[in-house]
Structures are given as C-alpha cells and as structure tokens.
Write a protein that binds this ligand. Structure first.
Ligand SMILES: *Cc1c(COP(=O)(O)O)cnc(C)c1O
Length: 230
C-alpha cells in the first residue's frame, strides 16, 4: 500500500510538472489487467477512480469486486460478439477501431437502453495491424458513426509504437494532439471531442507534455505481471 501510494504520488507529480503551463494534468487510468482484485482495491483509497482492462473475460470475473468502486474503461481490442457482456458495466470503450464494432456497440447499447461513450483508436504510426485506424481515416469514420444513437464519440485514443527514438515519438504525440484539436474545432454534430487518451508507463511524460487528457498506466504503478503461459 505504501509503495503504491509513493508510486502514484510520483506519477501525479511528474504529470503535473510535464504539463505545467501547457495543459491541465491528465487523469490517471490505472491499468489493472492481469492483477487480481485484491491488488486493485487499495487504489480506491488512494483516490484512483478509473481503471483500464483489456479483456472482456477478465472484466466479467473481476466485476463483483470492482463494480461500484471504480469506473471501468475497456482499452483492448474488443471482439464484436463480446460487446453484449460488458455494455452495461464499462464507462468508456477506448478501443473503437472498426465499423463492424461500432455497429454492434450501437445495437447492444440500444437494446440495453444506454448510450455508450467511445474513443476512436488511432494508430499514429500507421501500424494498423496492431489496432487503430490510420489518422486519415478518422474523419470518414466519424461521419459514419456520429448519427448512431447508441454510441457517443468522446475523443481519441492512441497506442504509440515501441521505439527508443524520442524525437520520433515526440512527433507522433504532437500529431495526435493536432488531430484532436482540429476535430474539436470542426465540432462535427453528434460528437464531443473532449478526451485524448495517450501515454503508458514508458511514455506518459511525453504524452502529458503534448496534452493528453488521460494516461493509461499499468506497470509503472502496479508492477509488471504476465498472463503466464497460455
Ligand atoms: C497494457 C496497456 C496499457 C498499460 O501499459 P503499461 O506499459 O503497463 O503502462 C495501456 N494501454 C493499453 C491499450 C494497454 O493494453
């Protein structure tokens, strides 16, 4: 608990310093995937309100312990046939990356009488095989989904490529912020561009400097933990 407190304080202090004079410090989404519920619960006492999970099965298993305590963000690739299991339990689907998924979210949301907030996942480096649409595909995608009554577009999410090239990464974060601001200014009807989710354990300071509104932090907060052999 004490170690967790110190790590979280360190992260928050660093985020404030990195964004100071430029943007409001981003909100920390604690990425709790692979961590059992008993390791997650202390986060609540430390003021963490939002957690990120990337697997539907894992969300369903942890739900009895974390529901009512945290808002759950879905941050991983989502299979269309699993939308129905989480539609009432997550506060934000951050990984909307294709039309078939948008259609299923829309369908399930209407069926359950909810409007699902979503972020569009963008691949700033054009690595679409890793998930995320190319930056130039974002506008046409918005045009198609903005009238769907079951979902509400709230912003963009990005996962940066694995690289040690800080200059290249800096450019990608800057590009994401630019795209986000352009879309916000264009203000397409039915869209509310308010969240820019980017930055993980290895690059959250760079993300904060470039105006992320949310950072998704796993290992730097909770330590590394593998799924183990499949
Ligand atoms: C696992 C994961 C994170 C957190 O990664 P860390 O490097 O452990 O901070 C953030 N975003 C997504 C989409 C993830 O899958």
């Amino acid at each position: 608990m004490e170690q967790l407190r110190l790590r979280l304080e360190g992260i928050r202090t660093a985020l404030s310093a990195a964004s100071e004079g430029l943007y409001a410090p981003p909100k920390v989404i604690a990425v709790t995937k692979t961590h059992p519920a008993q390791d997650i619960l202390p986060l609540q006492e430390l003021g963490v309100t939002d957690i990120g999970e990337n697997r539907v099965q894992e969300i369903v298993e942890k739900l009895p312990f974390v529901r009512e305590k945290f808002r759950i963000h879905l941050i991983g690739r989502l299979q269309t046939n699993k939308v129905k299991y989480i539609i009432e339990d997550v506060c934000l689907i951050q990984s909307l990356d294709r039309l078939s998924l948008a259609q299923e979210i829309d369908r399930q949301a209407q069926k359950h009488g909810v409007v699902m907030p979503v972020l569009l996942q963008v691949s700033p480096a054009g690595e679409e095989q890793k998930g995320g649409m190319a930056p130039q595909d974002v506008r046409p995608f918005i045009e198609t989904v903005r009238r769907m009554p079951g979902l509400s577009v709230r912003g963009l999410m990005a996962v940066m490529p694995h690289t040690t090239d800080q200059v290249y990464l800096d450019g990608l974060f800057a590009d994401m912020r630019t795209l986000f601001e352009q879309l916000r200014d264009e203000a397409p009807q039915g869209v509310c561009m308010e969240e820019l989710s980017m930055g993980m354990s290895g690059d959250y300071l760079l993300a904060a400097r470039h105006g992320a509104t949310m950072v998704r932090i796993g290992s730097a907060l909770l330590g590394a933990r593998d799924y183990g052999p499949k």
